[in-house]
Design a protein around this ligand. Structure first.
Ligand code: HEM
Length: 413
C-alpha cells in the first residue's frame, strides 16, 4: 500500500505540497507503479484533478469530457520534501541546463549561490502555481512542469558545501568521447513538461535568474519520450522498453535517496549523453538485438521470463551449459546481482540533435555515484551494445532535497 506523509510545514492554498511516501512502505516505483505512487501522493495533497491525470501516466491524454471540452489542466506542486523532477512520472519532454559560478572569494560565491537558489525557488514555484508573471505562460494558467536543481562536485568542494561524502566527478571510462563544452557544470537544472513551449519559456526564466545572480550558462540539452499508453514503459531509440527495472520506494530508500539526516530527501544525478548508432542496431536481426539486451524488444520481457516485470535470472542456463542471458548482455552486466543488490533510478530521455547525432540522455539517480562507476566499468569492458554507443557528455550533481512550503532550495547547504 502507498502511505503518504502530510507535510510538516503546512500547505499554501494555491500551492499543493509535493508529498512523499513514508518510511518502510513498499510503495511502488517501478514504471507504471511509480505513476500511481505519485498520483497517490498528489491525491493526499488534495489535488484530485492532477491525481486523476497522473494516475493516467502523468500525460495529458487529449481526452475530452462528455461536453467535448478538454479536462482542466491541474497544477503540479513545486514545494515538498523531494524535488518533483525525481519523484513525479516523467513528462514527455525535458530540458537540462548547466551553469558555472564565477570564482571570486568563497564568501562572495556562497552569497551568489544563496541568491540564485532563492531566485530559482521563486521562478520554479511561480511557474507551476500561476498566474505566471511571464505573459507567455499565462494562456495555460499554470505550467505543468517538474524540476530539479543540483549542485556539481567541483562547486561543492570549492565552497565546502554540506553535500554527500561520495559526491565526485566520474573517472574516465574506456571508449569515452566526452565533449567538455557539453559536460560538467557547477549547477544543473532539469525541467520536464509535456510541451517544448513550457520548457523554452521556463528555461529562459531560469537562465535570466542565473545571469542576474552572476552565473553563466554552460550547456543545455533537450530530450523527449515517445507517446505511450498510460502506465506503459517508454521505448528508447533502439526500440526497447527502457526504465522497466527501477526500484520501488523501499529499495530506493536504501540506494537512491540519502541516509537519514540532511541528505535524506536528496539524491545524486548521473547524466550521460550517449550517441546511438540506431541504423546499425536496427540492421541486426531481432534475435541478435534481444541477445545483446538480454530482453525481448517486443514486450520487454527478460530472456528468462515471459512478462516485462519478470526479474531477469542471470544464472539460468541452457541444456548446453551456456547462459540464457549471454555474458555480454546489457541486463546481465547492469544486474543488481553483480553489485550487492544496488539499484539506481533511471529516467532517461531520447535526444535528436541532427543527422548522426541521436541517442539517449541517460539520467539516473542514486545515493552514491560510485555505483554508476562500478556498473559503467563492467559495461565499458564488454557490453554487447558498445559497438553502437558513444558517450559524448557527462555530468554529476547532488540533487537537493525539496523545499517544503515557505522554504528555499538548498537552505541546508
Ligand atoms: C544508450 C545506452 C543504453 C541503452 C540503450 C540502455 C538500455 C537499457 C534497456 C533496454 C534496459 C532493460 C529495460 C530496463 O530495465 O529498463 C536497461 C537496463 C538497465 N540499464 Fe541500460 N541502457 C544504456 C546505458 C546504460 C548505462 C550507461 C547504464 C549504467 C552505467 C545502464 C544501466 C542499466 C541498469 C542498471 C539497468 C537495469 C538492470 C536490471 O536491474 O535488470 N544502462 N538498459
Amino acid at each position: 500500500m502507498v502511505r503518504v506523509l502530510s507535510s510538516p510545514m503546512g500547505r499554501m492554498p494555491t500551492e499543493p505540497e509535493n508529498a512523499q511516501p513514508s518510511s518502510g512502505s513498499s510503495a511502488a516505483g517501478v514504471g507504471r507503479r511509480r505513476a500511481l505512487l505519485a498520483a497517490g501522493a498528489v491525491l493526499a495533497a488534495g489535488v484530485g484533478a492532477a491525481a486523476a491525470e497522473l494516475a493516467d501516466g502523468g500525460r495529458p491524454s487529449g481526452r475530452t469530457d462528455a461536453t467535448g471540452a478538454p479536462p482542466p489542466q491541474a497544477a503540479l506542486p513545486f514545494h515538498g520534501l523531494r524535488q518533483t523532477g525525481v519523484t513525479f512520472p516523467q513528462p514527455a519532454a525535458t530540458q537540462l541546463l548547466a551553469f558555472g559560478l564565477p570564482q571570486t572569494s568563497a564568501a562572495a560565491d556562497r552569497e551568489i549561490l544563496r541568491t540564485l537558489l532563492a531566485a530559482w525557488t521563486r521562478t520554479l514555484s511561480s511557474a507551476v502555481t500561476g498566474p505566471s508573471p511571464d505573459p507567455r505562460l499565462q494562456d495555460a494558467g499554470t505550467a505543468r512542469l517538474t524540476s530539479l536543481v543540483g549542485v556539481g562536485p567541483e562547486l561543492a568542494a570549492r565552497l565546502d558545501l554540506a553535500v554527500p561524502a561520495g559526491l565526485a566527478d566520474l573517472p574516465p571510462f574506456p571508449g569515452d568521447r566526452l565533449d567538455p563544452a557539453r559536460s560538467g557544470g557547477d549547477l544543473v537544472v532539469q525541467l520536464c513538461a509535456e510541451d517544448r513551449w513550457t520548457l523554452a519559456v521556463v528555461g529562459e526564466l531560469v537562465t535570466t535568474a542565473a545571469r542576474a545572480a552572476g552565473a553563466v550558462p554552460r550547456w543545455a540539452q533537450s530530450g523527449f519520450l515517445p507517446p505511450v499508453d498510460a502506465g506503459a514503459t517508454p521505448r528508447n531509440l533502439f526500440g526497447f522498453k527502457d526504465g522497466t527495472a527501477n526500484p520501488d520506494e523501499a529499495t530506493a530508500r536504501q540506494w537512491v535517496w540519502g541516509p537519514p539526516g540532511p541528505h535524506e530527501n536528496g539524491t545524486v544525478l548521473v547524466y550521460r549523453r550517449i550517441r546511438m548508432d540506431t541504423a546499425a542496431f536496427a540492421a541486426l536481426p531481432e534475435d541478435g538485438q534481444n541477445l545483446a539486451m538480454g530482453r525481448r524488444r517486443g514486450d520487454g520481457s527478460p530472456l528468462t521470463g515471459t512478462a516485462e516485470h519478470d526479474d531477469p535470472d542471470i544464472y539460468a542456463k541452457r541444456p548446453d551449459g551456456s547462459y540464457v542471458i549471454p555474458v555480454t548482455a546489457h541486463v546481465r552486466l547492469t544486474s543488481p546481482r553483480l553489485d550487492g543488490g544496488s539499484r539506481m533510478l533511471r529516467r532517461g530521455y531520447s535526444y535528436d540533435d541532427g543527422p548522426g547525432d541521436r541517442g539517449l540522455l541517460f539520467c539516473a539517480f542514486m545515493r552514491d555515484p560510485a555505483q554508476f562507476t562500478r556498473v559503467q566499468n563492467r559495461l565499458a569492458a564488454r557490453d554487447a551494445l558498445n559497438p553502437f554507443l558513444e558517450h559524448t557528455a557527462s555530468a554529476v550533481a547532488y540533487v537537493l532535497p525539496g523545499a517544503p512550503a515557505g522554504t528555499t532550495l538548498g537552505e541546508h547547504l
